[in-house]
Design a protein around this ligand. Sequence first.
Ligand SMILES: *Cc1c(COP(=O)(O)O)cnc(C)c1O
Length: 222
Amino acid sequence: MSIKENLLNIKSTLPEHVTLVAVSKTKPVSDIMEVYHTGHKVFGENKIQDMVEKYEIMPKDIEWHMIGHVQRNKVKYMASFVSLIHGVDSFKLLEEINRQALKHNRVIDCLIQIKIASEDSKFGIMPQVAKDIIQSRDFSDLKNIKIVGLMGMATFTHDNRQVEKEFKLLKSTFENLKTIKTENCELQTISMGMSGDYKLAIECGSTMIRIGSSIFGARNYS
Ligand SMILES: *Cc1c(COP(=O)(O)O)cnc(C)c1O
C-alpha cells in the first residue's frame, strides 16, 4: 500500500477525540508531501535540526511537533514555529523554552514526559516530580509556556499486559495532575501510542498517537 493509503486507513479507524501525529523522522520531503496532500497537517520529528530543515522548505500551515529528547541549547532553533513539544522532562528545559518563546512573543505548548517504562533507556520523570514542578512558585512565573498534557513511551516488549499497565499509569497520572489548573497548566492531552501499540493506547485513554512506520514504512538509518 502507498503512504497515502496507509494514512487514510489508520485515520478511518480513529475515534474523533484522538489526534494523529504523523512521525516523519528520517523521511524525505516528497513522502511527507504525499501525506500533506491528503489534508493531514500534523507531523512529528525527533531531531530539532531535521525539523527546522523541513519547516523551512515545506508549507507553513504544517503543525510541527517535537517528539524527541530536547537539548536545551537547541530550543532556540525551533522556538519561532514549533507547535507542541512532547518530551519536556525538567524544569530547566521549561525555563529555556519559556525564555526562547518570550523572544518570539509566543506561548509554546508543552507536554511533560512521564517515565512509565521499566527500561532504563527511556527518558521522562516520575509523576511526583512532575507534580512538584507544576505546583512550584518558579513554575508559575513562566508565562510563555503552557503545559497542555502528558506524554509517555511504553516498554518495547510483546508483553501486552506490561504495556497496558504502563499506559494505565500514564492515564491515572493524567487524571491526578488534571486537577491542578493554573494559568500555564491545563492538562487536556495524553500523548501515548506508536505503530505497534496505538490501539491499546487508545483503549487506555490516549488522545494523541504518534505513528511513523505504519504510515511511511520502515526507517532506514544507514
Ligand atoms: C519514532 C517515534 C515514534 C513513532 O514510532 P513508530 O513505531 O515508527 O510508529 C513515536 N514516538 C516517538 C517519541 C518516536 O521517537
